[in-house]
Design a protein around this ligand. Structure first.
Ligand code: 5RP
Length: 218
């Protein structure tokens, strides 16, 4: 199976985690697109979705799935999203698709985070994938210097403006040994809107697509 087939496999597998009559939290990315397309075949089973990006909203709506605003819901039973990296404790790097801030907001509403990913995303230590950080443009250089001081190299994602009108720095060279501590530290830097470490909002379950089938990690 190639990577696209593995993404489709876990996209379909995630349907088992969608309760009858639910409003579902929906992430962003190519793996989530597979989930959205699978969800469309069962759209009568759910009330609708809360989406983490303009792109996912458009895809959900193109399938006739109702998209609720975050203020219309108090809790979600489940949030389903992909990851750029996931470690053995469910901590993740996210934001390759620049949707990290809204992803964290919707994940925060959910009782359960189901991560769907192909096997290439599973790592022992986070940090090989450059860490996305959404920043207010005025703070970009200042935040980049802070990363340099802890051994990271921050590059502006040129030509990208997020759904929130901000910029993305991609930071390489970090070995994220303590994801919880690093997430908390970077979140305090002025001008950082969101760091793409998902440790406080780690995955409760990961459906990993492997050539042998779906491996469930929890
Ligand atoms: C978007 C994300 C995605 O979940 C992450 O980039 C994985 O994407 P894909 O499923 O396309 O590999 O965090 O901001």
């Amino acid at each position: 199976m190639n990577q696209d087939e593995l993404k489709a496999l876990v996209g379909r597998a995630a349907l088992d985690y969608v309760p009858e009559g639910a409003i579902v939290g929906v992430g962003t990315g190519s793996t989530v697109n597979c989930f959205i397309d699978a969800l469309a075949s069962q759209k009568q089973r759910i009330r609708g979705a809360v989406s983490s990006s303009v792109a996912s909203t458009a895809r959900l709506q193109s399938h006739g799935i109702r998209v609720f605003e975050t203020h219309e819901v108090e809790r979600l039973p489940v949030y389903i999203d992909g990851a750029d990296e996931i470690d053995g404790s469910g901590c993740m790097i996210k934001g390759g698709g620049a949707a990290l801030t809204r992803e964290k907001i919707v994940a925060d509403l959910a009782d359960r985070f189901v991560c769907i990913a192909d096997a290439s995303k599973r790592v022992d230590v986070l940090g090989r994938f450059p860490l996305p950080v959404e920043v207010v443009p005025m703070a970009a250089a200042q935040v980049a210097r802070r990363f340099a001081a802890i051994g990271g190299t921050a590059k502006l994602r040129v030509g990208v403006v997020t759904d929130n009108g901000q910029q993305i720095l991609d930071v390489s060279g970090l070995a994220i040994a303590d994801p919880l501590a690093m997430e908390a530290e970077i979140n305090q830097w002025p001008g950082v809107l969101c760091v793409g470490i998902f440790a406080r909002h780690r995955a409760s379950i990961c459906l990993l697509g492997t050539p042998e089938g779906v491996q469930t990690l929890s």
